[in-house]
Ligand binder design. Structure first.
Ligand SMILES: [Zn+2]
Length: 490
């Protein structure tokens, strides 16, 4: 079971349901329950509904078929069908990032009044686009200049929008579009950001390349969609708390779905041409430690190759890696390929990756902070061995998190270890050895408890471990430091 309040995973729980609702979660089923009332779901996970952070319920395919003068009732029926499909596919929260006629806000009202069932909706109403920009023809609000953008964004917020959507780059849809073209001025972005700030919310930007992303970051935009081509410098800038990227890999990896929905050849071509750059961009974001959120441009309940889009999206980085691994390692043993299909890794030859002349042993590195200053990496993978550096519970400002709490610090250390492992295709279940260093005054019992619980939750019965008190850790307030080594099985 995944507990979303604590972020913890619990193994082997008994879950009691009545009338389709979870009523109790316990360590074991109550004694004496008849067999027919117990369903064994060992090996499966219970988790809350899926979330899609980049949804268009009212979208029309192909985009050129959009009727900007459409009767809002028709828009709402179309959107309602999409919302129902999303709910049936297990998606319980959607963030809408442009709906014709503010269909998201209309639908939300209907849900609140009990007239309709839909996922929880966070809506933008209509996106605000420059005339002739990426939103042209999609029934957006149109604005030019700072003041108009400010007013247009305020109008959506006044209508009930939760956030503001803009387009800082062109996209892949139109015959002459290219995502490399920035399409807003500093002032226009600032106008939207100012309106959002006045409503205690944020701006989400359709984005394609580093110039516009950096421009928008500087103006206060916090959420970036697609990010088709990131460079390392921009990825590092995005890797700060409170900034989010929605990769929408679906957009460039769903050719069969596009064909089935009547997309024009130029749209399909643009998407497939951007596919490799897009995947490399997402992998770069992962390596840099950018916070990614799940979303697609495709309605989240729509089936792509038989899988709801919101789920398909989650699997795409893994599938892409598998395909690449198969190509790269064809004819070699599986062992040399590591374990295909785990978390995404940089296999596209980016910085930080080297190969031995025999080509069998690949070294990959992951950094998540200022390690370069001291000439080390958070984690290094060579072959099937992943080694994670001594890791402390360091906050964004460099100070120790959880002051005085050895257990809290140990859990944070292990969370960072897990993230580093994931970036290199390993998990806590692959860890074979840990070393726990304790500062004077730390509680070894708390560290031991955290160590036991975190590994047990990951399905690892326990790595080999050494735990020792040392004269001191570097930096004030740090009570515990943990290093780990994992061996990934082929
Ligand atoms: Zn979109």
């Amino acid at each position: 079971m995944i507990d979303v309040l604590t972020g913890e995973r619990h193994d082997g729980r008994a879950i009691e349901t009545a009338d389709g609702t979870v009523t109790q979660i316990a360590a074991a089923p109550p004694a004496g329950l008849p067999d027919r009332e117990v369903i064994d779901v060992a090996g499966r996970w219970l988790l809350p509904g899926l979330i899609s952070c980049h949804t268009h319920l009212s979208i029309v395919f192909p985009f050129s078929a959009t009727d900007e003068a459409e009767n809002p009732a028709i828009t709402a029926y179309r959107s309602g069908t999409r919302a129902s499909e999303a709910l049936r596919a297990g998606i319980t929260t959607i963030r809408c990032v442009h709906e014709q006629n503010r269909a998201d806000l209309l639908l939300r009202t209907a849900v609140r009044r009990g007239w309709f069932a839909a996922p929880r909706i966070l809506g933008a109403g209509r996106a605000v686009s420059t005339p002739g920009g990426h939103g042209q023809g999609s029934a957006c609000a149109y604005a030019t200049g700072e003041q108009e953008f400010y007013a247009a964004a305020l109008a959506e917020l006044a209508a009930g929008a939760d956030h503001v959507k803009i387009f800082i780059n062109s996209g892949l849809a139109g015959p002459d579009e290219h995502y490399e073209h920035p399409e807003m001025t500093d002032g226009e972005i600032r106008g939207a950001v100012r309106a959002a700030a006045e409503h205690d919310t944020y701006v989400v930007a359709h984005s394609g390349e580093p110039t516009a992303i950096r421009q928008a970051l500087a103006q206060g935009v916090r959420c970036f969609e697609h990010a088709y081509r990131l460079d390392d410098e921009t990825a590092a800038l995005l890797a700060r708390p409170g900034v989010f990227v929605t990769p929408t890999l679906c957009v460039t990896r769903s050719e069969s779905w596009m064909r089935a929905h009547g997309f024009e050849e130029h749209s399909i071509r643009h998407a497939s041409q951007a596919a490799d750059v897009h995947l490399a961009s997402v992998q770069r974001a992962i390596r840099a430690g950018v916070t990614l959120v799940n979303g697609t441009d495709i309605p989240p309940g729509d089936l792509v190759d038989g899988t709801p889009a919101a789920v398909h999206e989650l699997l795409l980085p893994r599938r892409s890696d598998q395909a690449r691994l198969r190509g790269r390692f064809r004819g070699r043993s599986r062992r040399s390929a590591g374990r295909p299909g785990r978390a995404p890794r940089d296999l596209a030859g980016g910085p930080g990756r080297a190969r031995d002349p025999g080509g069998r042993c690949m070294t990959e590195r992951f950094t998540d902070g200022g390690e370069a200053q001291a000439g080390y990496c958070r984690a290094v993978r060579r072959g099937n061995v992943v080694t994670v550096s001594g890791t402390t519970a360091t906050g964004p400002d460099g100070a120790a998190l959880h002051p005085g709490d050895t257990g809290g610090q140990a859990r944070e250390c292990l969370r960072r270890v897990e993230r580093a492992l994931a970036a290199l295709g390993a998990g806590l279940d692959d860890v074979v050895r840990t070393v726990v260093y304790l500062a004077p005054g730390a509680s070894w019992q708390q560290a031991a408890d955290a160590h036991r619980d975190v590994f047990a939750a990951a399905g690892n019965p326990g790595p080999a471990n050494t735990m020792l008190y040392v004269a001191g850790l570097i930096g004030d307030g740090f009570l515990v430091e943990i290093e780990a080594q994992a061996v990934v099985l082929a």
